[in-house]
Design a protein around this ligand. Structure first.
Ligand code: COI
Length: 368
């Protein structure tokens, strides 16, 4: 699996400028099945229609044994399509799979499935743009317990699929054009228990946030944030993405410091890992530690961003929280309006590497 997918031009007539974070029709998806009988993953099957035929008793739907990944493919200036850090997603998928008693998936199979799904939908990778402002092909690997069981135990069949869809940004505009958005701290619900599965990408970590995110969105906050569930004093992450911050400096000549919350309850984000490396490459200091929400309240951060595959690095211009059951307080970040220069420079570098206009010195894009 070393050759880059062939040069397949972007589909003519597709309205790339209107690309949303949505599902678009594709040519199909890659599917693999594991059975207890063989103890192995079987050969790949290409499925053209976006449907699966499942037993009603499948453990994925009944008991939530379902994990997923998100990664992106970009079109480079040479017309070739390349994928960002897929081996890291392969590793995280296995971390998640282990949490819900699913068999491990060999890295080669993960890469084969991703490669096939992208290559067979290459015309849906947006046209090249230096900082990926045209969007990307979002890749969704999904593994679930497809076998049936009424008892609470892993079944004898599991399914791994890889489907794709072209996407713009999760929050407004792709690439480096993302506007700064407002966040709201969820008070009534905790995302992850202290010794739970917050670090894994379990399907069940997401659906419980929907109603809280929808209520916040209706009130004008596109982004919802979670504190640690044990003490509600530390920053965990956003419902869709990791929390990152840049410390306020006494004067502009000081070395910048990236602050990355550390906790067992936070999703192990591949994008955060890349941003930490880019910050180090820029000569910034990096603090990975527990982050008190009081630091946000005290205005100690000059920039905050939401970080993930879908969110990329979306600037956050305010965080609102309940200071009593009836009242809220808003903390403005930076000028309270626009993206700050620090995260914009990191996002420019990240999207530059992803779109092939910056040197890939850490060997992140695949295939070479
Ligand atoms: C991703 O960033 O890939 C995710 O899975 C987050 C989800 C909100 C789309």
């Amino acid at each position: 699996m070393s050759a880059a997918p062939k040069q397949i031009p972007p589909r003519a007539g597709f309205e790339w400028e209107k690309l949303a974070f949505d599902l678009y029709p594709t040519s199909g998806f890659a599917k693999y099945v594991w059975t207890a009988e063989t103890g192995e993953w079987g050969p790949v099957e290409w499925v053209k229609e976006p449907y699966l035929n499942l037993h009603v008793g499948n453990v994925g739907l009944n008991y939530g044994a379902s994990v997923f990944e998100g990664l992106k493919a970009f079109r480079h200036a040479d017309g070739h399509i390349r994928i960002f850090r897929p081996k890291d997603n392969a590793a995280r998928l296995n971390h998640s799979a282990d949490a819900v008693s699913m068999p491990a998936l060999p890295e080669e199979l993960f890469l084969e499935g991703v490669h096939l799904a992208v290559a067979r939908n290459g015309d849906l990778v947006p046209p090249h743009a230096p900082n990926a402002v045209n969007g990307s092909l979002y890749i969704r690997p999904l593994m679930f317990a497809s076998g049936a069981n009424l008892i609470l135990a892993p079944p004898s069949e599991f399914t791994f699929i890889v489907y794709v869809t072209p996407t713009g940004s999760l929050y407004g505009a792709a690439g480096t054009k993302a506007p700064a958005i407002d966040a709201f701290v969820i008070e009534k619900f905790d995302r992850a228990a202290p010794r739970g599965n917050g670090s894994a990408k379990l399907a069940g970590n997401y659906a419980p946030t929907f109603k809280h995110a929808a209520a916040a969105k209706k009130a004008g906050y596109p982004l919802t944030m979670h504190l640690d569930s044990a003490t509600r004093t530390y920053v965990d992450e956003f419902s869709t993405s990791n929390f990152l911050a840049i410390k306020k400096q006494a004067d502009a000549s000081q070395r910048k410091t990236l602050v990355v919350p550390e906790s067992e309850s936070i999703l192990k984000s591949v994008t955060t890992k890349a941003i930490i490396q880019i910050a180090k490459d820029f000569g910034w200091a990096v603090e990975r530690r527990r982050v008190l929400f009081q630091e946000v309240k005290d205005g100690l951060f000059e920039e905050v961003a939401a970080c993930g595959t879908a969110a990329a690095l979306t600037p956050v211009r305010s965080i609102t929280y309940h200071d009593s059951p009836e009242t809220t307080k808003k903390v403005s970040i930076g000028d309270g309006e626009n993206a700050g220069p620090g995260f914009l420079s990191i996002l420019t570098q990240l999207t530059g590497i992803q779109s092939g206009v910056q040197e890939d010195k850490h060997d992140w894009v695949w295939p070479k």
